[in-house]
Structures are given as structure tokens and as C-alpha cells.
Design a protein around this ligand. Sequence first.
Ligand code: ATP
Ligand code: MG
Length: 139
Amino acid sequence: MAGNKTLTIIKPYAVNDGYIGSILSRINDAGFRITAMRFTHLNIKDAQAFYAIHKDKNFFDRLTAFMSSGPIVVAILEKDNAVADYRKLIGATNPEEAEEGTLRKLFGRNMEANAVHGSDSDENADIESNFFFSKMERF
Ligand code: ATP
Ligand code: MG
């Protein structure tokens, strides 16, 4: 059975460009409930740990440098079928290939600055939620 939780990050450029409110509003409109949220700034070690699954990729150094370049907003989102539904809302990894109306099409600049992260499986949603939030910070 599909889980009901996913983790999102509003990435540095999207925060810097003033899109926090617009993105959160679209997340709410799509029926997701925000059950934990934090405004934070990853250091390079945190970013490397969060993206450890990509450590062998050629874009790892650029990705982790970018993700630690400025403040981000991290949130746990809940709704039925959360992982798949949220990936549909955010669109393809490359904003140029993302469907009209998706968060990455609307607010992304390029492959790196693609506005938001969304968990890719229920298992990773759990791992990523535990990475950022303690039990007492979830509602
Ligand atoms: P995310 O995990 O951020 O939700 P995703 O699951 O669509 O995105 P992944 O394959 O997990 O994509 O890649 C993680 C992130 O690494 C992407 O969001 C993107 O910013 C960056 N990335 C992925 N592929 C490339 C690439 N070929 N060149 C540069 N950056 C990339
Ligand atoms: Mg991913």
C-alpha cells in the first residue's frame, strides 16, 4: 500500500527568489497537509549526507555545493499516495521538460535550481523525514 507521507525541500534559489509563499500555497491547494516544517541552511557535510545516494554521480559536488549555498525550507507533507502525487505536482527533474503548471516548470531555473525536492519512495520519505525532524517536531 502506498504511504501517506513525503518530504520536500524548497531549494536555495527558490527561497532567494521569493517563492516560498507561492510554493507552499500550491502544496496546500493540491491537498497536502504540512505536518512538520523548518527554515534552515545546510552546511556542505549535511548536504553530502542528505544526497549520499548520489555520491558516485558526476553532478554530486555541484549539487551539494548548491544545496548548501543558502537557506532552504524543509517540510513533511501528508496525503494519500503522497510520494507519487507530489512528484506529479513538482514535475520532471529538468524544469525545461516539466509539464505546464508543475512547481518546477513555474519556479525552476535549471536542472540544479529546479525549485524543489520530493522524496522518490516511501522508504526514502521516512529516511529523509528522520534526517531533518525529531518525533517531537511532527504534528
Ligand atoms: P529530487 O531528488 O531533488 O527531488 P529528482 O528525484 O527528480 O530530484 P534525482 O535524480 O534524485 O532527481 O537528482 C537529485 C537532484 O540532483 C535533482 O533535483 C537535480 O537538482 C540534480 N541533478 C540530477 N541530475 C542532474 C544532472 N544530470 N546534472 C545536474 N544536476 C542534476
Ligand atoms: Mg531524487
